[in-house]
Write a protein that binds this ligand. Structure first.
Ligand SMILES: [Zn+2]
Length: 304
């Protein structure tokens, strides 16, 4: 475990927009900026009062924020870095209200930043993760209680959410991947298992029928008989994936909001991201910020 990167470290490394921009520039162009007019690497200098650099020989401008989620943002970079830090280092996740206070921005800005950062934390995990060894698989349901009625902050509409089924696959001592699914059936579950879990792995599940197909798919399979009140029998348990469910559920509940099924995947990915980076301490912050250049600008979506 690396030494903890604290909020003090952050404030020291990124005291102002200047420092954030410089850092972003070095991250994107570690070997120097290729001027698009000169068509070669040129020295660049900061342009005062603009968030850009200019080529020393021809003056062409280059914007480190271009093509990242920060592209169209009028929010100060210091706010962004602080928000990313707080979201990365808080295990349960945080509420927009909390972020508003800690970062010192408006509620609306906090809320918008959180949505975009969550998207950035989506990781390649949901598509590329490959698990092996001892793997636990479980489904759970999110939302659905009348007391979780959601009031849209923008429109004021109330909606009682549906329960949304979610599939969780976790390697013991390793990574986690989650998928919002339409229903807990073989068609929804088994292809995802095949995609993420390498053959010959040992898979632990509850006694749901859908998992009876696992041996035919080339996996070792052990079932836990929850209905008989047996939760742990030697290695046969699903405690790892269940502790992930409880972190995610407590986190979402603690943030005091219902998450519509449309956005649930984004939230779950953020929790999975934290889970998968739990050992890098707060260098998780760096993991997220380094994604800035490769993270495409989000498409405009209606507010959740
Ligand atoms: Zn040039």
């Amino acid at each position: 475990m690396q030494p903890k990167y604290t909020l003090d470290d952050l404030n020291r490394d990124f005291p102002n927009d200047e420092a954030c921009l410089e850092w972003l520039k070095n991250l994107r162009w570690p070997n120097g900026i290729t001027c698009r007019k000169c068509k070669k690497i040129r020295k660049h200098h900061r342009v005062s009062n603009r968030l850009c650099y200019a080529c020393d020989s021809c003056g062409t401008h280059v914007y480190p924020q271009a093509g990242t989620i920060l592209q169209d943002s009028r929010t100060s970079l210091v706010y962004w870095f602080r928000a990313i830090f707080l979201m990365a280092t808080t295990r349960m996740g945080i509420a927009a209200k909390h972020l508003e206070r800690e970062v010192g921005c408006t509620y609306k800005t906090a809320w918008r930043m959180m949505r975009m950062i969550r998207q950035m934390m989506t990781d390649d995990i949901s598509e590329l993760t490959q698990l092996l060894g001892d793997v636990e698989i479980d489904e759970s349901y999110f939302g659905g209680k009348a007391k979780n009625t959601h009031i849209d902050p923008e429109t004021g509409w109330h909606t009682i959410p549906e329960k949304t089924p979610v599939l969780g696959i976790v390697q013991r001592g390793g990574n986690m991947v989650t998928h919002v699914i339409k229903e807990p059936t073989g068609i929804e579950i088994l292809p995802r298992v095949r995609k993420h879990v390498l053959p010959k792995s040992m898979i632990f599940t509850d006694e749901a029928r859908v998992y009876r197909n696992l041996p035919r798919m080339g996996y070792e399979h052990e079932r836990v008989y929850h209905s008989a009140n047996i939760y742990v029998e030697g290695d046969a348990h699903t405690n790892t994936v269940e502790s992930f469910w409880s972190i995610a559920k407590n986190g979402i509940r603690g943030a005091n909001r219902h998450v519509g099924s449309r956005y649930l995947q984004g939230y779950l990915n953020a929790y999975a991201f934290r889970w998968n980076h739990r050992r890098d301490g707060a260098s998780m912050f760096r993991a997220i910020v380094s994604r800035l250049p490769s993270c495409p600008t989000p498409t405009k979506e209606p507010v959740a």
